[in-house]
Design a protein around this ligand. Structure first.
Ligand SMILES: [Zn+2]
Length: 179
């Protein structure tokens, strides 16, 4: 299937579409923001794909399995309407040998963006990355897209390091209003 070439709004999951909690292991733990589905609907309406790019090192840490994560991804897609979920299950110090590695897909690496770009034929120059952490902003910059920091997760006062996103909004609705 050949996808139409379009830009994307890449979305971090925790703190952007769902409430930020550490290592969410099941659907019950996934608290989707009430405005998430409406935002995704408007992202589509404005001509963008909505694609989740998320680090899920809980798999490498042995806190939940890739099967459990697949269920959460399915639920997230159904409830918000996002087109796809790309995840990194790895961590360099993970407990589960299979996932213990220095990978290129863990943000701020760009492996997941590259996979999404190939599979969805994405116009990266007109795309955005939205996240609540410094790593999301750096990942977006590394991938060559515009970057948006939202304060609906960890909040800007808790950034791990200094970053310069192109835009800062209270939450995802700020970006959607600007598209
Ligand atoms: Zn990875």
């Amino acid at each position: 299937m050949i996808q139409l070439r379009k830009p994307a709004v890449f979305l971090d999951r925790d703190g952007v579409l769902t409430e930020e909690r550490s290592y969410i292991a099941s659907i019950e733990g996934l608290h989707i923001f009430p405005y998430a589905a409406e935002c995704v609907r408007r992202i589509h309406e404005k001509g963008y794909y909505a694609i989740v790019i998320t680090n899920q090192s809980g798999v490498a840490r042995g806190l939940f399995s890739e099967e459990q994560l697949a269920k959460m991804n399915e639920y997230l897609m159904q409830r918000t309407g996002v087109d796809a979920v790309y995840f990194c299950p790895h961590h360099p110090e993970g407990k589960v040998a299979k996932y213990r590695q220095d990978c290129r897909c863990r943000k701020p690496g760009t492996g997941l963006f590259e996979a999404a770009c190939r599979e969805w034929n994405i116009d990266m120059a007109h795309s955005y990355m939205v996240g609540d952490r410094a790593g999301d902003v750096i990942a977006g910059q590394n991938a060559g897209v515009k970057t948006v920091l939202v304060e609906s997760g960890y909040g800007s006062e808790r950034l791990e390091c200094d970053v310069s996103p192109d835009y800062v909004f209270e939450d995802l609705r700020g970006l959607v209003g600007m598209l």
